[in-house]
Design a protein around this ligand. Structure first.
Ligand SMILES: NC(=O)c1ccc[n+]([C@@H]2O[C@H](COP(=O)([O-])OP(=O)(O)OC[C@H]3O[C@@H](n4cnc5c(N)ncnc54)[C@H](OP(=O)(O)O)[C@@H]3O)[C@@H](O)[C@H]2O)c1
Length: 286
């Protein structure tokens, strides 16, 4: 059976497409039109969960996503992120950053707001207090964290519980070339607290999306399975993540329409049990 095309973000009640799209390379060039074409193609194909951050292309990624949203007018789910720089220590700075994100997106409310990295000079708990206040002010609908360890995300979830809130997601790197979340307890912790695991760099920055004649055994396995399914290697890499666990939501970055189209058709691929196991085995860290 193909993976479901939508899923709940943690236990927030917010539905997102099972595959999202990363935008950290959006608005890099002179011409944003190809990105808008990719955006429309993604919505046509039912991919409507977009991941941005205040730090992506100096805020231009958020601005371009907002521009696409207001040109197209279809409803999407937007996630953005707050960077807890060591110089950002106050609630006022948090609110200022959130307001600037909302202004760039041209929206009154953000669906999901992440803490981009574990903080160094503020506490996880005080940032969760700021997040909870933003939820009650109606500025954000749900709270996430990114690059948090299992212990850090449990702390975040525990603090949110004081406000009757749940942690929506932990966004971490996860792919066939980075099995960290399985090894370091993050995947299990997400399941335990019912948060989604949003998988960034699911194509290992594009390396898993190109055939590599000098590839290692994992790449060769990927290529032979892709040949069998008559699809591209990147689609198999995404299909593996989609089948790995229902809480995993991969967010491949794409600035080109053909990439967006290829990536979303990973949702139609069903890996046979032996193909899934072979990929799983051959890509394990040794
Ligand atoms: N939370 C964090 O700390 C964090 C860190 C890194 C990334 N992220 C998020 O995760 C998203 C994804 O990560 P990523 O963009 O770094 O890496 P990625 O998704 O693994 O790879 C993106 C690269 O692969 C290329 N690509 C995409 N689809 C392709 C296809 N079908 N065939 C060939 N090439 C393809 C893209 O090219 P084109 O651009 O030319 O389409 C781009 O160069 C980011 O956009 C960002 O939103 C979050």
């Amino acid at each position: 059976m193909s993976p479901s095309r939508t899923t709940e973000l943690g236990s927030t009640g917010i539905m997102v497409s099972r595959l999202g799209t990363g935008t950290n390379r959006w608005a890099q060039g002179e011409n944003d039109e190809p990105v808008y074409e990719a955006f429309k193609a993604l919505l046509d194909g039912g991919v409507y969960f977009f991941d941005t951050a205040e730090v992506y292309t100096g805020g231009r990624s958020e601005r371009l996503l907002g521009g696409c949203l207001h040109r197209d007018r279809r409803s999407i789910i937007v996630a953005s992120k707050y960077m807890p720089y060591p110089t950002r220590l106050t609630k006022g700075q948090f609110n200022e950053a959130l307001d600037a994100t909302l202004e760039r997106l041209g929206e009154a409310t953000l669906d999901l707001y992440y803490i981009h990295m574990p903080p160094t000079l503020t506490s996880i708990e005080s940032l969760m207090d700021d997040m909870a206040e933003a939820v009650s002010a109606g500025k954000i609908r749900s709270v996430g964290v990114s690059n948090f360890s299992a212990e850090q995300l449990r702390r975040a979830a525990t603090q949110l519980e004081n406000y009757g809130l749940t942690l929506a997601a932990n966004e971490v790197e996860y792919s066939l070339t980075n099995r960290g979340p399985e090894e370091n307890g993050v995947l299990d912790a997400c399941k335990e607290i019912k948060a989604s695991l949003v998988a960034y760099r699911p194509l290992s920055r594009g390396l898993l999306a190109v055939n590599n004649a000098r590839g290692n055994p994992a790449m060769k396995t990927l290529e032979s399975i892709a040949d069998r399914h008559e699809v591209k290697v990147g689609q198999i890499a995404l299909a593996w993540l989609l089948q790995k666990d229902p809480i995993v939501i991969p967010i491949p970055g794409a600035t080109k329409m053909e990439h967006a189209l290829e990536n979303m058709s990973a949702l139609n691929i069903v890996l046979k049990d032996d193909e899934f196991r072979e990929l799983d085995e051959v890509s394990k860290p040794r």
